[in-house]
Design a protein around this ligand. Structure first.
Ligand code: NAD
Length: 362
């Protein structure tokens, strides 16, 4: 019997609704497999602010550190729009990422055959698409110093941000990408702007050096980030794993995500080094417009939980099984309103969770 501790932070809006469906899955795993998952609930975001006056308490952070993995729903909503900047719901999430030093953000872009028409690209371009974007998450221009807005005293101001990376920061995220590529299509595309940025030149040199030392069995190609943005639309199937910095990763991962067409289907993982607890969360937000109506698609949260099983609990077979069942449910025409199509059966959030359990039972 293998036992894992899962810290659940359901958060705000549709977060708790989607998480209820994950809890059904956890109960099924505890009942039907030789794995035991002890899950416990904590507060993050607006609900934590309401309860404790801060979006992530020290106690919850300590519980997160102590767990084997964290699964987060979503944070935020109009109720907290006027809360001061450092206490806003999103600050809780940022604190979690920073305190746990989660430097590698994994964003899969997977096109399910049943949802192929949801993409804005032609079916023949996106069929079978399976890309993993690894974005550096704790460095680069979003954190570099100096930064700020200066008054130049002549009626002009100057805004400053600094793009900065060290070899250690580049190597650790590239290592994650190479390791993952070995378990997938064995190819890494590294993206920067080495043609116009020194930090990009260093990025390219350090990724190449690491590849030569430790990962020469993996295919490596370098690509300028702007070209990557175009190639993602022209011929996305050429990619397996893409590794890139914080800024380019922010943009390219959103672009790749939209190839799949549906926000309610997109999971993510944020990993640190092997001694830190990883964080899993859907890409979407708290969707206040549909919260509490049973309309939320829980699959992004469920697929985030599958990533947790694969990467933090080393239960790849179980993760594969859940992903296959998601595919089967979609093939059977079961749909939440966001992915509804002609001839399909519309179900609620809990209806989708129940359909998945029924599929697992088969
Ligand atoms: P959003 O992702 O919450 O919603 C965008 C649109 O997609 C909405 O129309 C929503 O109904 C729909 N949608 C999103 N997830 C869905 C799902 N699972 N099923 C069905 N439909 C879904 O983005 P937003 O509206 O820009 O932001 C709402 C709040 O969420 C804001 O407070 C924002 O700050 C916060 N937010 C949080 C996170 C996070 O927790 N990681 C990420 C993004 C936004």
């Amino acid at each position: 019997m293998t036992t894992y501790t899962l810290q659940i932070l359901a958060g705000d809006g549709i977060g708790p609704e989607a998480m209820t469906e994950v809890k059904k899955l956890v109960a099924w795993i505890n009942d039907k497999t030789d794995i035991t998952i002890n899950s416990r609930d904590g507060l993050v975001g607006g609900c934590s602010y309401d309860a404790y006056g801060e979006p992530l308490s020290d106690e919850t952070l300590a519980e997160c550190r102590d767990a084997d993995a964290i699964l987060l729903g979503a944070v935020g909503g109009p109720k907290w729009n006027n809360v001061e900047y450092t206490k806003r719901p999103e600050a809780g999430l940022l604190r979690l990422r920073k305190e746990l030093d989660l430097f590698a953000n994994l964003r899969p872009a997977l096109v399910f055959d049943a949802l192929i028409d949801a993409s804005t690209l032609k079916p023949e371009i996106v069929r079978g698409l399976d890309i993993l974007i690894v974005r550096e998450l704790t460095g680069g221009v979003y954190f570099g110093e100096p930064r700020g807005i200066e008054d130049l005293g002549n009626g002009q101001r100057r805004g400053i941000n600094t793009q900065v990376y060290t070899t250690a920061e580049i190597e650790r995220v590239a290592r994650v990408a190479f390791d993952l590529a070995r378990k997938r299509g064995n190819k890494v595309t590294s993206c920067e702007k080495a043609n116009v940025m020194e930090s990009g030149k260093l990025w390219r040199e350090d990724v190449s050096a690491l590849h030569g030392k430790e990962f020469y069995d993996v295919e490596l190609e370098h690509m300028y980030a702007d070209n990557c943005a175009m190639q993602l639309l022209r011929n996305p199937s050429q990619f397996d794993v893409i590794v890139t910095d914080n800024l380019f990763g922010d943009i390219l991962s959103d672009e790749a995500a939209m190839l799949t067409g549906s926000l309610g289907m997109l999971p993510s993982a944020s990993l640190g080094d092997q001694n830190t607890t990883a964080l899993y969360e859907p890409v979407h937000g708290s969707a206040p417009d549909i919260a509490g109506q049973g309309k939320a698609n829980p699959l992004a949260t469920i697929l985030s939980f599958a990533m947790c099983l694969r990467y933090s609990f080393n239960q790849g077979t179980l993760a594969d099984k859940i992903e296959t069942c998601v595919q089967n449910v979609l093939n059977n025409g079961i749909r939440t309103p966001d992915i509804m199509a002609d001839g399909c059966t519309e179900v609620s959030t809990s209806g989708m969770g129940d359909a998945l359990i029924a599929e697992l039972e088969k």
